[in-house]
Design a protein around this ligand. Structure first.
Ligand code: ATP
Length: 262
């Protein structure tokens, strides 16, 4: 786990946790070459929390996959500090035949953490996501929110400097999502991990991020970004959150209209 202090944004400039330089991504499809991402340059500072926002299909997941190393840019460069980033998706992807604790220990084992330390570390991570009693629970015994907590604990078990999240709370009900926003903010502050969080939910982006980056569509380019210095923890119903969300939603609508979609 990183020291919280090492994640504090706003200190002297350091090597970015993620650096994307002039990244393009095209896919060859039956109807021709489709440029999905064009000239994306983006730095994530150590300990920074960025939300990547954009309409459906504009390339958010594609960009996240490039940063994750799951795919390669057609041109341009991507650098990630501290090895492979940790990943978390909308689907928890936990192994149903393993308990919550063993799901986490599996990651620790793959990282080479010695067996005697694994259980204690898994319990520590479960406490971090406030599921200290769930070690022996199987996936089917857990609610949707609890499953995502375990998935978060498992992602953190990788001890990566960078956490990539692709709409991790999109399938949850509003109240559960709200609680998980609080937990994620707390965990981000406690661990100092750098977060790149993909969402198409504007309020969620403003609730969570220090910086919101809006992608345009077809091709996906960085259209605008907003730095948010409202203190955390914020509430989704805070007037300032609502006000900025309205402004960003306007921009998002303009982007969608410009490309004649939806
Ligand atoms: N492996 C692939 N081969 C061909 N086309 C792809 C591939 N991956 C993504 N695409 C295309 O790239 C575009 C962007 O997709 P992507 O999933 O990145 O968008 P998104 O912004 O994450 O959308 P959503 O919010 O709906 O998840 C889409 O048109 C998609 O069809």
């Amino acid at each position: 786990m990183k020291e919280a202090a090492s994640g504090a944004a706003g200190l002297a400039p350091r090597t970015p946790a993620v650096r994307v330089v002039g990244a393009h991504k095209s896919f060859v499809r039956p109807e021709g070459v489709q440029t999905v991402l064009q000239d994306i340059s983006l730095d994530v500072a150590p300990g920074e929390f960025i939300c990547l926002l954009g309409a459906s299909g504009c390339g958010k997941s594609t960009l996240l996959n490039l940063v994750a190393g799951l795919d390669e840019p057609s041109s341009g460069r991507i650098e990630v500090a501290g090895g492979r980033p940790a990943l978390m998706f909308q689907e928890h992807a936990l192994f149903p035949w393993l308990t919550a604790g063993k799901n986490i220990e599996l990651v620790l084992r793959l990282r080479g953490v010695p067996r005697p330390e694994r259980r204690a570390r898994a319990e520590e991570l479960l406490s971090l996501v406030r599921l200290q009693d769930a070690y022996d629970k199987r996936v089917h015994e857990l609610s949707g929110g609890m499953r995502q907590r375990v998935a978060l604990a498992r992602a953190l078990a990788q001890d990566s400097e960078v956490l990539l999240m692709d709409e991790p709370f999109a399938a949850l009900d509003a109240i559960t999502r709200d609680v998980l926003h609080e937990e994620l903010t707390r965990i981000w502050q406690e661990t100092g991990v750098s977060v790149l969080f993909v969402t198409h939910n504007v309020r969620e982006a403003v609730r969570l991020a220090q910086r919101v980056v809006l992608l345009s569509c077809r091709p996906g380019r960085i259209a605008r970004e907003w730095t948010i210095d409202m203190p955390q923890p914020r509430r989704i119903e805070d007037p300032a959150v609502a006000e900025l969300s309205a402004e960003i939603t306007d921009q998002l609508r303009k982007e969608i209209r410009r490309h004649g979609r939806h």
